[in-house]
Write a protein that binds this ligand. Structure first.
Ligand code: NAD
Length: 350
């Protein structure tokens, strides 16, 4: 196995494999780039099919964090961590404290937060072993769950993308499909419903979709049907790689704007979307609001600054759409060009 030649390796500064048999910890911390500041990124806990799949996921996610921080104009680098294992069966306070010790050994080069499979109370456990943790509850001196802020950023970005495509940001009567009704997807539904949109929803947990039908008058579809939903906007808010060879030809939406990280299965899928005249809001720009919030938390929480920064997501996306049009490239390539310029790097990673 050659890690260094992997496309996803992309010049990572440091990759740390951590284990603690006494609590069943098997984890990987990936630090992609610290040129702009210490790396910060969530900790995902997931029952990966293989260690290779976990490594690929953490590499892709940490690289995305570098670009996310750069495009949000935040003085942070990119990093991420994964704990291998099903959180519903294997997560314990002792395991999270062991993860905290692994983070602490990096002396602040990596700052941990929550992601899929971890939450605010897990960060409280991690805090018992390290001070390099954000996304803490108020009782632990933090600003609480960043997910509602991420949802607001997605809403702001979704409106910018809708305005670009349909020449109006008015969402009354707009049809939006939301894939995944978790911490972000649910709050995004609330914003969209309030703005007068009609919702189509799907979640692997049927009870969540049923709740959305009751609360938002949404139409629930299966996890497969969501790709073909007759909607204007598709908002991926579950896991990554859902824009691929199989799904892109089926999409009816003209705008993709959602919170999930790494939505494109491969870089070339950005071109496949452009070919179908579908506007893609690059994931690491539209979902940056949670990062903006935890960055503020670590420096002394300032909700006014957070709100301003989150509103800037709209202008950043508009800049990306304009560069894509004038350079005749996909929005993903345009975003990468802007991000690499901010990072002072040359060339693209396509
Ligand atoms: P979450 O775990 O709370 O929610 C994910 C939801 O998706 C769950 O309800 C799950 O049942 C559902 N789901 C999983 N697979 C699905 C599928 N195939 N079809 C439909 N539903 C499916 O996670 P979250 O915090 O809401 O984050 C959602 C996405 O946004 C993730 O990709 C995460 O990395 C990304 N993100 C989150 C934040 C944040 O602040 N929480 C910030 C940036 C990016």
């Amino acid at each position: 196995m050659s890690v260094f030649k992997e496309l996803d390796f992309d010049g990572h500064e440091q990759i740390v494999f951590c284990s603690d048999d006494s609590v069943g910890l098997r984890a990987i911390i990936a630090i992609h780039n610290t040129h702009r500041g210490p790396s910060l990124g969530g900790c995902r806990m997931w029952g990966y099919a293989s260690e290779g799949a976990a490594l690929q996921d953490v590499l892709r996610l940490s690289r995305g964090m570098t670009y996310k921080a750069a495009m949000a104009g935040i003085e942070l680098g990119g990093g991420k961590s994964v704990i291998i294992g099903d959180p519903t069966r294997l997560k314990t306070p002792a395991l999270m404290q062991a993860m905290g010790r692994a983070v602490d050994r990096l002396s602040g080069r990596y700052i941990i937060a929550e992601d899929v499979g971890t939450n605010v109370s897990d960060m409280g456990e991690i805090k018992k072993s390290t001070r390099h943790v954000v996304g803490l509850g108020q009782a632990d001196g933090g600003a609480g769950d960043p997910s509602p802020t991420t949802a607001r950023g997605c809403y702001v970005g979704l409106r910018a993308a809708v305005e670009h495509t349909f020449k109006t940001a008015d969402l009354r009567g707009a049809r939006v499909a939301i894939q995944g009704l978790g911490n972000v997807g649910w709050h995004l539904c609330q914003y969209l419903k309030e703005a007068g949109a009609e919702l189509v929803v799907s979640d692997i947990r049927a009870s969540k979709a049923e709740r959305a039908v009751a609360e938002f008058d949404a139409k629930a579809v299966t996890t497969d049907e969501i790709y073909e939903a007759d909607v204007d906007v598709f908002a991926p808010c579950a896991l990554g790689a859902i824009l691929n060879d199989e799904t892109i030809p089926r999409l009816k939406a003209k705008v993709i704007a959602g919170a999930a990280n790494n939505q494109l299965a491969k870089p070339q899928h950005a071109d496949a979307l452009t070919d179908r005249d579908i506007l893609y809001a690059p994931d690491y720009i539209i979902n940056a609001a949670g990062l903006i919030r935890v960055d503020s938390e670590r420096r002394g929480f300032d909700p006014h600054w957070v709100n301003q920064k989150v509103d800037e997501i709209s202008n950043t996306l508009k800049e990306v759409f304009a560069v894509a049009e004038s350079n005749s490239v996909s929005t993903a390539v345009a975003a990468e060009q802007l991000a690499t310029a901010r990072l002072g790097r040359t060339g693209t990673q396509q």
